[in-house]
Design a protein around this ligand. Structure first.
Ligand code: 13P
Length: 248
């Protein structure tokens, strides 16, 4: 049994005081969490320590990015050890926004994943095809290529990695993959993970992301290879995110 992982990616939203208000409201809305799931929030870097310092029960903390070096002349970057220091346990890497806007390659993402694992945290490695790639019938090839490239060299650590399948055309658009289409891609990803790392693939959690909301989460989470959700917009409202975390 894989423990489901519901994570909120706050993206570039919330000042420190707004972020503190959101975690406080979320803790009030979600004082207990069922034992078959984990709930994590990923605020911006500026709000991370303030959010980590609030009472939050079992709600975990993740970052949205990291640089794969321990320290040094990397202006503007944050190291894995700095994230561990403030209580982070998860790091989102290779989000499609970073792949598109900051030209992050699979190879760079694999370096980040290795650095996150070496620091004792869990990388949430994002993959997903664009609308054009889906319409031209290349969705699966693109996604499986990203999975293999972003996990290069990590076959022995596979069980400690989380994958987030986020079709780019479903992010922030209100369009969601049907639960059946998402399941098909998740099963293909798991088959690729088996090819890479054998039996460890059964332990890898594969989240779905892209317009996850209260009214579609139950059906998505009922699929056999969907092991959680990476939630953007709907994670910015405490009651809505609590409802998602309380999926049936
Ligand atoms: P939305 O839930 O706003 O579509 O964003 C999904 C996402 O990109 C999470 O990382």
């Amino acid at each position: 049994m894989r423990t489901k992982l519901i994570a909120g990616n706050w993206k570039m939203h919330k000042t420190v005081s707004e972020a503190v208000a959101l975690i406080d409201a979320l803790y009030a809305a979600l004082p207990t969490i069922a034992s078959d799931r984990e709930v994590v929030v990923c605020p911006t870097f500026t709000a991370l320590s303030a959010v980590a310092a609030r009472p939050r029960g079992a709600i975990g903390i993740g970052a949205q990015n990291v640089y794969p070096e321990s320290h040094g002349a990397y202006t503007g970057e944050i190291s894995p050890a700095m994230l561990v220091d403030i209580g982070c346990r998860y790091v989102i890497i290779g989000h499609s926004e970073r792949r598109a806007l900051f030209s992050e390659s699979d190879a760079f993402i694999a370096k980040k994943a290795a650095a996150v694992l070496a620091a004792g945290m869990t990388p949430i490695v994002c993959v997903g095809e664009t609308k054009q790639e889906r319409e031209s019938g290349r969705a699966e090839a693109v996604v499986l290529g990203q999975v293999a490239g972003s996990l290069a060299g990590l076959q022995d650590r596979l069980a400690d990695v989380v994958i987030a399948y986020e079709p780019v055309w479903a992010i922030g658009t209100g369009l969601t993959a049907t639960a059946a289409d998402a399941q098909t891609m998740h099963a293909a990803i798991r088959a690729e993970l088996r090819r890479i790392g054998g039996a460890a693939a059964e332990r890898v959690r594969i989240q779905y992301g892209g317009s996850v909301k209260a009214d579609n989460v139950d059906e998505l989470m009922a699929q056999p290879d969907i092991d959680g959700a990476l939630v953007g917009g709907a994670a910015l409202v405490a009651e809505g995110f609590a409802r998602i975390a309380n999926y049936r």
